[in-house]
Design a protein around this ligand. Sequence first.
Ligand SMILES: Nc1nc2c(ncn2[C@@H]2O[C@H](COP(=O)(O)OP(=O)(O)OP(=O)(O)O)[C@@H](O)[C@H]2O)c(=O)[nH]1
Ligand SMILES: [Mg+2]
Length: 701
Amino acid sequence: MDVYGTKQIRNVVLLGHGGAGKSTVAEALAYLTGVTKRMGKIADGNTISDFDKEEIKRQFSISTSLIPLEYEGAEGKIKINLLDTPGYFDFVGEVEEAVRVEDAAIIVVNCKAGIEVGTEKAWELCEEYRLPRIIFVTNMDDDHASFRELVLKLEKKFGRKIAPFQVPIRENEKFVGFVNAVKMQGRRFTTFSAYEECEIPEYTKKNLGIIRDALIEAVAETSEEYMERYFSGEEFTQDEIYTAVQTHVCEGNIVPVMMGSGINCQGFSALLNAIDRYFPSPDEAGECIGVDVSNGERFTAKYNQDVSLSAKVFKTMVDPFIGKYSMMKICTGILKPDSTIYNVNKDTEEKIAKVYVLRGKEVIEVPELKAGDIGAVAKLSVTQTGDTIALRSAPIVYHKPKISVPYTYMRYAAKTKGDEDKISSALSKLMEEDLTLKAVNDVENRQSLLYGIGDQQLEIVVSKLSGRYKVEVELSKPKFAFRETIRKKVEAPGRYKKQSGGHGQFGDVKMSFEPSGDLEKPYVFEEKVFGGAVPKNYFPAVEKGIQECCVKGPLAAYPVVGIKATLLDGSYHPVDSSEMAFKMAATLAFKKGFMEANPVLLEPIASLKVVVPDKFTGDVMGDLNRRRGRVLGMNSLHGGKQEIVADVPMSELFGYNTDLRSMTGGIGLFSYEFSRYEQAPGDVQKKEVEARASKVEQADV
Ligand SMILES: Nc1nc2c(ncn2[C@@H]2O[C@H](COP(=O)(O)OP(=O)(O)OP(=O)(O)O)[C@@H](O)[C@H]2O)c(=O)[nH]1
Ligand SMILES: [Mg+2]
């Protein structure tokens, strides 16, 4: 593959709802630009983008794939770095990594399915990252797909920016071509995306007129001079139209809508043309903004190959067979093989040998990569996704990507004992690839937890562990961290006595137990012993007894919190008393007293935020009620959305991701954090106490 200069590069991300046809669009573009001799199909598991075993098995994308294309554009050869992202919401992390380095987007919409939740999310992301975009309407081969209806819906949803550039031509209800509204020419497909010119059918003319007028009006709005010419009835030249459209597309004022059939590879010549003409090269798209670590000052630069190197590592691939690749976008300078680079985040230099571009799973060596381009380096040891690569002499650091926080979790365990180390090393590799995956060791509940965006993602992790790393794990419902405390004050004696011949054991205490009011601490200890009934040197032993009891409470073996224990009185034996005996006596007093002091279970409460469009608020609040949640308030957000704030028991949030998705078609988002402990209702307590009866240690007297 050739080396391309900044101006010859187009970085384009494919976004859209799951199953809309993104990977098929990528495949068609690759076929058309000569990357492949035969077009692969999702159903046959032979596409460039969905090469992973799990993707082939499930027939949808799981990770973002890079597919560089070389294309003979209007002003010479260009390289299009296409990133094909997964549409399913569990893999949002992949999308978030990709949009950070791309300069423009193609939102793929299935004409028959229309605007889906994934379309809206894609649009929102483009707005957030200010990405110029084209909407590519696919599935035009479906006889029931109405382009016009879809355009009306798009206009209603996204406003005046929506600008159809084409009108379909159908014969006997079949999609056979389109009219190009920019050139005002008819096109009939011959083989694949190739076409011959044809007459503009009569029935398209009315529609075409509207589209064309809107287009010319937009061109006129580019400058005062154009406006005057427009009003004097002068026509614009083709080149003037192209230039004006490019300005509007780059500024996000116009979103062209184009069409085709992924599966029949139709409509892609026009799409390639549009990418070439309308999308910005990196230097036109924006600036690199970061911080110069040497002086702490803000750093801004154009994408420019003539200054020193800086690059964003936006994705990591770790494969047991092909190894680790750090994918990066070169921001400034040139990345050359056999050089030393400096990882600014890790303050470490790393050696690189060869420089590559990846195309799906294919690794292609290149002489160098220039500013604005995307490529990869193998076997970096400390470098992770989100890091900035630069030179020690010019240490620039770019912002880390904004990646969704995972809130769905499951407990995991090795199916075969002894596999634990292998599992944790495999998981750490998977976590390098996927920033939304987290393995957490929950020491308190003696369980290992796997956090992700959704259940499907976690299920795929299990499958990857088995397929790639040959270790089997099992997912199950996690245990929740309850606490135990008491509600009233009691006094309780504790006497430990073993005096049957020889050296005996004797400890005797009287203690009071009451709520301390501080649920952050297990216990506070005090002594009010009068006249040496228990000698001072045994006080620490008594406290030790209480401390140990608090680890595993008498009610359901959960940790105890919020207890005040006071040593009031007792007695001792000059020979048989020992620290051990007093510790035991305190334990007996605690267990008896605790159970008499109205013991209760406390459950963790999460403070939850749910963001949904207005129309779903009723359903969401009803569901939160069923989950024993307390809705605390609602805040209006922009775009017709509401944020519902509620307190909900943590245990009731298990499975919330799936339920919220099915309630809202996937558009609802939620986040939560632990807030505090609260008394669990009687039925919850009863169930827990029964379930954990065997775990409670009986006081042995
Ligand atoms: N009839 C028809 N089928 C299509 C078209 N484009 C894609 N498909 C089929 O639709 C299914 C989904 O296509 P993909 O390309 O995998 O969709 P995607 O957007 O990449 O999906 P995710 O990776 O899950 O986000 C596949 O079975 C494709 O063969 C099209 O233009 N016409
Ligand atoms: Mg896909």
